[in-house]
Design a protein around this ligand. Structure first.
Ligand code: ADP
Length: 253
């Protein structure tokens, strides 16, 4: 983690009279997993899609790896990977066909099986998209973000709707991608996920960043302020029980 790969300065976005993003500024460091957290409607997706060049901004400055969003959006597109909503895939194509389709769109040559290996889906290479489980679909959609060998990937709520094993499996995948040198920006409304996965998080509410720090630092600050959790704090939760009983091996085939 050395220098900022993304700089967002005083970003505003208005939809007609409604200001969804109200002067957001933050920097994402190269090689980190950065989380945007917040309740529904906070402005997370809007912010993400502006940086991804998919949505126009009202004002503010966005610089990605030195490229200015206003003047060099195509340069930005070349170095980022964006996760499509899972509904964006042709259901009747198999995984290799889908990868070849996307590679064609990106004008890239890829080895589909090597890419499927990265997300542990090689044995599903001939399966149709619609035949996969929720976790497999998410892993596949993350694989497609890697086709153009991006320096940054954007993941919008990647684990929504997954069971605990599939979620943990996806966290491992995201960590592996980061270890291979890719910066990751993720939105989530699962706080446990942000706590274990993100190096730093920005908490967004009503279009503004209300906190930005490492999860551990934010927790320490709260505790130092005199906060005490009501009731007895147990050393494990029900999810730990579930994982302990069912194992953390994926059983989604
Ligand atoms: P989040 O991702 O945090 O749930 P969004 O960025 O999707 O939040 O939305 C922020 C606010 O902007 C919400 O109030 C939403 O209704 C509004 N909004 C999002 N997209 C549009 C749009 N295309 N037109 C008008 N309002 C929108």
């Amino acid at each position: 983690m050395t220098e900022p790969i993304i700089r967002v300065k005083d970003l505003h976005k208005k939809y007609d009279d409604f200001e969804a993003v109200r002067g957001i500024s933050f920097e994402v460091m190269e090689g980190e997993i950065f989380g945007l957290l917040g309740p529904n409607g906070a402005g997370k997706s809007t912010t993400l899609e502006i940086i991804e060049t998919l949505r126009s901004k009202t004002s503010g400055e966005v610089i990605v790896k030195g490229f200015n969003l206003d003047t060099q959006p195509n340069e930005i597109k070349k170095i980022i990977g964006v996760q499509l909503q899972t509904s964006g895939f042709y259901p009747n194509l198999n995984l290799v066909e889908l990868i070849n389709l996307f590679a064609g769109l990106y004008n890239q040559t890829v080895d589909p099986l090597a890419l499927l290996d990265k997300v542990n889906l090689r044995d599903k290479s001939k399966a149709k998209y619609k035949e996969m489980s929720g976790g497999q679909k998410q892993r596949f959609s993350i694989a497609t973000t890697l086709i153009n060998q991006p320096q940054i990937i954007f993941l919008d709520e990647p684990t929504t709707g997954l069971d605990p094993q599939a979620r943990r499996n996806l966290w491992e995948l995201i960590r592996t991608i980061r270890e291979q040198g890719t910066t990751v920006i993720i939105t989530t409304h699962y706080m446990d996920e942000a706590e274990v996965l993100c190096d730093r998080v920005a908490i967004i509410d009503q279009g503004k960043i209300i906190a930005l720090n490492a999860p551990g630092e934010l927790i320490d600050q709260l505790v130092e302020s005199g906060f005490e959790k009501p009731g007895e704090v147990k050393k494990a939760n029900l999810e730990d029980v579930f994982i302990q009983l069912t194992g953390h091996v994926l059983r989604e085939n």
